[in-house]
Design a protein around this ligand. Structure first.
Ligand code: GDP
Ligand code: IMO
Ligand code: MG
Length: 468
């Protein structure tokens, strides 16, 4: 494979693909089942790519995470922030499925649905897996209490979103105290589950808070609320796995939407500063309930630089009050790097290609979507991490190491290159990009060893160069 970017343009060649070729090209290259997932620490622009591709697929399925995700889609100047609802919802009538691998806070979901409805979005395509787990009030309380307990113990907190994600997945694994979406439709069983669980949660969380009896739950009130969620969501609840497998069996095409990202994966991320689900492409089979053979291609979404929200090591971080801090500030402003879910300012750093290479290998990424290229436009020089070295007297070269402790002991190895030398926001074909920007993309492709399928030069659906 040529690592030079122009080599990936296929039949369309250097003149740039026409609209018709793009459609056919993307369709053929991505296969019948395509996964879209993040290669860094989240917020890479997965929502934009899912929205862009959704019209070429028959359904979009979210396979992991919960309301910790915030996927932004911008269409015609209108900005939508999706947390639990698949980004495919903005394509009218398209089935948008929440798979069993997702943990659902019904209050959030209902709020999100209402927010879309009042803006005139057709939400009739929403389908919810009966096997997805429910985030209950005690999960959110436990999330906050555990973060506080870590801080009080003098340990760096994880910096969670506070959405109850970890405790909900923990209860899923524990089984006895879990509630699934299907249970919301069985009032008697629901009452039994809430009854026996609320007293236990009250006792455990009171102990965690350090004050006996401090945490109590009103079971009757919660049951009434939860039964209301069941009534409101009931018409959309289904066996999502069967629905999606049926679609695939009939020759349909399915897009799987990952939330969070590889370096936040519970097994393969920078543990313990991770989320609690399987974010990598393999998670799509489990969280959507489809065979692995259904996952024909994997689109790895990456920013042209690095960002991270919450705690944990990030070796290419730009920080301080000096020139580096000023670069980070500029990137944060241009890229609107404030959390979609929590509003927290995102930490900013140089692109870590060693990390992206690691992530792409884990998921068998078949094409890259390089996002937010326009944000780097004003910089005269750029640095990119291409590998790591042992700390101290220039130890042996190494790749990215996900273990947070070990990674802290390595030094990034940088390559410095010139700036883009021109504007990129208006580019719609590779040929429209200045030479410096194309060189940056070539470096990404060469270092990661995966062809670039899309380059994003602005938040709008139309601000995309497609090379699939
Ligand atoms: P996700 O969680 O991976 O879906 O990403 P987020 O939506 O949390 O964060 C990505 C942010 O970048 C959003 O505000 C998008 O609107 C924005 N965005 C996506 N692509 C581009 C791009 O190419 N350029 C710019 N300037 N913004 C982009
Ligand atoms: P999207 O889908 C960025 C981070 C949190 C925290 C850690 C654990 O928008 O890319 P959690 O609440 O999941 O227990 O938090 O994971 N995190 C994300 N960061 N984007 C996300 O999702 C994230 N989902 C979780 O900031 O550091
Ligand atoms: Mg996000």
């Amino acid at each position: 494979m040529s690592t030079h970017l122009h080599g990936t343009q296929g039949a369309a060649g250097a003149r740039g693909p026409t609209g018709a070729e793009l459609q056919a090209g993307a369709g053929a290259a991505l296969g019948r089942g395509a996964v879209v997932m993040g290669l860094q620490w989240g917020d890479e622009g997965k929502g934009k790519i899912v929205d862009l591709l959704a019209d070429r697929f028959d359904a979009v399925v979210r396979y992991n995470g919960g309301a910790n995700a915030g996927h932004t889609v911008t269409v015609g100047g209108e900005r939508f922030a999706l947390h639990l609802i698949p980004s495919g919802i903005l394509r009218p009538g398209k089935p948008a499925v929440i798979g069993s691998g997702v943990v659902i806070d019904p209050e959030w979901l209902l709020k999100e649905l209402e927010g879309l409805r009042v803006r005139g979005v057709d939400v009739s395509g929403l389908r919810i897996s009966a096997a997805a787990h429910v985030v209950l009030p005690w999960h959110k309380d436990e999330d906050r209490l555990r973060e506080g307990w870590l801080r009080a113990s003098g340990v760096e907190a994880i910096g969670t979103t506070g959405r109850g994600i970890g405790p909900a997945y923990a209860d899923k694994a524990l089984r006895g105290t879990a509630v699934r979406v299907g249970d919301l439709l069985r009032p008697e069983l629901l009452a039994q589950k809430l009854e026996r669980t609320s007293a236990l949660k009250g006792a455990i969380l009171s102990a965690l808070s350090g004050q006996a009896g401090a945490v109590r739950y009103d079971t009757a009130e919660l049951h009434e609320r939860a039964a209301g969620w069941g009534r409101a969501l009931g018409p959309s609840v289904c066996d999502a796995g069967e629905l999606v497998r049926g679609l695939l069996d009939r020759g349909g095409r399915v897009l799987f939407e990952g939330a969070n990202a590889t370096l936040l994966d519970v097994d393969h991320g920078t543990y313990p500063f991770v989320t609690s689900s399987t974010t990598i492409a393999a998670g799509a089979a489990v969280g959507a309930g489809v065979p692995m053979s259904a996952l024909g291609s994997v689109v790895g979404v990456m920013k042209a630089y690095s960002t991270r929200v919450g705690g944990g090591v990030m070796r290419t971080e730009l920080e301080g009050d000096d020139a580096e801090g000023a670069i980070a500030h500029g990137i944060r402003q241009r890229g609107r790097e404030y959390g979609t879910t929590t509003g927290r300012p995102r930490r900013v750093g140089w692109l870590d290609l060693a990390a992206v290479r690691y992530s792409a290998g884990l998921s068998g990424v078949t094409s890259l979507a390089v996002m937010l290229l326009d944000v780097l436009e004003p910089l005269d020089t750029l640095r990119v991490c291409v590998g790591y070295r042992g700390a101290g007297a220039g130890g042996p070269a190494a790749g990215f190491v996900p273990d947070a402790w070990d990674l802290g002991g390595l030094e990034p190895e940088y390559r410095q290159i010139g700036g883009f030398g021109g504007a990129v926001g208006g580019a719609r074909r590779l040929a429209d990009l200045p030479a410096g920007a194309r060189a940056y993309l070539d470096l990404i492709q060469e270092q990661v060893g995966v062809p670039i399928g899309a380059v994003s030069v602005g938040p709008e659906r139309t601000q995309t160069i497609e090379l699939w």
